[in-house]
Write a protein that binds this ligand. Structure first.
Ligand SMILES: *Cc1c(COP(=O)(O)O)cnc(C)c1O
Length: 364
């Protein structure tokens, strides 16, 4: 069997290890496993959303509303845009896939920061496109411009706040890059963690509404992080109506389950859950910053629901991650991104207690 040759270039995405695996492999009781690896919301899901999911269980035999009218209306009102500006995906991941398929082929290239969301590369490679990266993980104007003029990429990915580093790019800096590229380059502004950045400092707040006037720019958002719906797989893209119309040609029918739709619609009505999540997070992340300072290592200032610890040669992120895993603590080792660093999702107060206890012992 011969597979498409582009597959040779692709490494399968490695998702955060599931709790079940740690239970199986290390014989740790399920309730003692702490997963701080996939940037999920540690307080769970809004109770109102859980009720909406249950209430819709009896309609599981019916296909969902393929127009997704109610969800689009809720998002349109939240962001002050029109329903025609919105496409819904099974996670914003699926919207990234639509974008990639809509504009890339084997003659094109894409440009992204040195360390950023792994799926950009995978979707682009599926289309046979070439990958270019800037020198640093921050989204620096000069680095993006130099590469832009050299390679004329078909897509530029601006992930702000950036995953897996946690830093953010100001709205001003993002607009500077957008204004400097021509309409043939599609710019993706991935705001998967925007709720956290906007709450921390308004200069990082980017609303899809700020970008609608550009024919070549799309904003991506998701319900997986601040809204606590990672398991429901709902994300969205917001752009001018022409781009959305083109992306719709890539969409399979009924791409969101009816339970997911009901959950996302309800989540839009419960902004207090997001606020509560951010309050907990803001309080708990201070402990991670203090811990790094007390123990003499660096971290990247975070605008997300995770923090990235940077180690020097005395500490090895792979060894640390393995030792933590054996103790039932799952975090994200960034060695595969070429960094001696690890990314930790900020948990509940209790989960963070467990993390600090084990981490202190491991590094001692
Ligand atoms: C989590 C994440 C997404 C998308 O997540 P979905 O669950 O597919 O909506 C997109 N971009 C970044 C940077 C992320 O961290």
């Amino acid at each position: 069997m011969r597979y498409n040759k582009v597959l040779k270039e692709i490494k399968t995405y490695e998702a955060g290890k599931p709790i079940e695996l740690v239970v199986r492999e290390f014989g740790i009781a399920k309730e003692d496993v702490v997963k701080l690896a996939s940037n999920e919301n540690p307080i769970g899901t809004s109770p109102a959303v859980e009720r909406a999911i249950i209430a819709n269980a009896s309609k599981a035999h019916l296909y969902p509303d393929d127009s997704m009218f109610e969800l689009k209306a809720a998002l349109a009102s939240k962001y002050a845009v029109h329903e025609d500006n919105i496409i819904i995906g099974a996670g914003s991941d699926q919207v990234l896939e639509f974008i990639s398929r809509a504009v890339l082929d084997e003659s094109s290239s894409v440009l992204m920061s040195a360390v950023t969301f792994a799926m950009y590369e995978i979707y682009a490679k599926q289309m046979g496109a070439k990958i270019y990266r800037t020198a640093s993980y921050e989204h620096k104007y000069d680095e993006f411009m130099e590469a832009y003029h050299m390679y004329k990429p078909k897509i530029i990915y601006l992930c702000t706040p950036n995953n897996p580093t946690g830093d953010a790019t100001s709205k001003e800096a993002v607009l500077e890059i957008i204004n400097a590229v021509d309409e043939e380059t599609l710019v993706v502004v991935d705001g998967a963690y925007m709720e956290y950045a906007a709450a921390k400092n308004s200069k990082y707040a980017i609303s899809p509404n700020d970008l609608l006037s550009y024919p070549n720019v799309i904003y991506l958002g998701t319900f997986s992080k601040a809204y606590g719906l990672g398991g429901m797989r709902v994300g969205y893209g917001i752009a001018n109506a022409q781009m959305i119309e083109e992306l719709y040609k890539m969409r399979p029918p009924f791409n969101i389950s009816s339970l997911s739709l009901a959950a996302a619609i309800e989540a839009c009505k419960d902004e207090s859950f997001v606020e509560e999540s951010i309050v907990l997070h803001t309080e708990q992340i201070k402990r991670y910053e203090a811990f790094a300072k007390e123990n003499g290592f660096e971290y990247i200032e975070s605008y997300t629901n995770f923090i990235t610890y940077l180690f020097d040669e005395k500490m090895d992120s792979t060894q640390i991650a393995d030792a933590l895993l054996k103790r039932g603590v799952i975090i994200r080792n960034l060695a595969s991104y070429g960094m001696n660093a690890m990314r930790i999702t900020i948990g509940t107060s209790k989960q963070n207690d467990v993390f600090f206890k084990h981490f202190s012992e491991v590094i001692a």
